[in-house]
Write a protein that binds this ligand. Structure first.
Ligand SMILES: C[S@@+](CC[C@H](N)C(=O)[O-])C[C@H]1O[C@@H](n2cnc3c(N)ncnc32)[C@H](O)[C@@H]1O
Length: 212
């Protein structure tokens, strides 16, 4: 990612952060299923690295199940809100950090890498997945959930283009199909061990992958 793209993306999410922090989870059942299926692949000794953590809500929820979560995000404002939550909650095993995968100092070691609602937003999803693969040991898990909007491209492509004109959509929004997303993950070298759609409509595609 060029420094220019990174700063444009970060500025968009910085502007969105306080409102994002106030927004409610749109489908609580789907979120809870995602958390339950994620926990099924976590161990108490795991060192977790979350990409695109937003305001660290998910990191805080999963923290009791693991040893430590490094919760990273491109947006300084999202990370600031995450730090406030960590401080207010007296949480000791979550560290919110501004940055993107591959940045110096964000190189582990980690046992699990999480990416929820992120891969469709990064400039180069293959490169992000490849970096996750490189950072994990054998047996490490890459757990992601990604909106796959290709089936409704005719709605989303013009909608996103229109919103972008007014600065209301991020620079990159990939309209994935679930099968092409899975292929992207397995082509990197991961074995896919579980998939699901939570929710089924749109769908938001959950993938648990393991480094052989
Ligand atoms: C839709 S929000 C999802 C936040 C959180 N993971 C969740 O599921 O609620 C996307 C997040 O990804 C971050 N982001 C966008 N592009 C990124 C990138 N290239 N690397 C890291 N984080 C990024 C944004 O700042 C934002 O916090």
């Amino acid at each position: 990612m060029t420094a220019m793209t990174q700063s444009t993306d970060a500025q968009f999410w910085d502007r969105a952060a306080r409102k994002y922090a106030q927004s409610k989870i749109s489908d609580m059942e789907a979120y809870q299923t995602t958390m339950a299926r994620t926990r099924a692949h976590l161990a108490a000794s795991d060192r977790v690295f979350e990409l695109g953590c937003g305001t660290s809500s998910t990191a805080l929820l999963l923290a009791p199940d693991v040893a430590h979560v490094t919760a990273s995000d491109i947006s300084a404002e999202m990370i600031e809100i995450g730090k406030e939550k960590v401080w207010d909650g007296g949480i000791r095993n979550v560290t919110p950090v501004q940055g993107v995968i591959g940045d110096p100092g964000l190189d582990g070691p980690f046992d699990v890498i999480l990416a929820f609602n992120l891969l469709h937003l990064v400039p180069d999803p293959e490169a992000t997945i490849a970096r996750a693969f490189a950072q994990l040991p054998s047996g490490g898990r890459f757990i992601s959930k990604t909106p796959c909007m290709a089936g409704k491209r005719w709605i989303f492509a013009p909608l996103i283009a229109g919103l972008r004109l007014f600065g209301r959509a991020p620079t990159h929004v990939h309209l994935f199909r679930t099968d092409s997303l899975e292929r992207m993950i397995s082509d990197t070298g991961f074995e896919i061990v579980e998939t699901g759609d939570y929710p089924r409509r749109m769908p938001s595609h959950f993938v648990v992958a393991r480094k052989p």
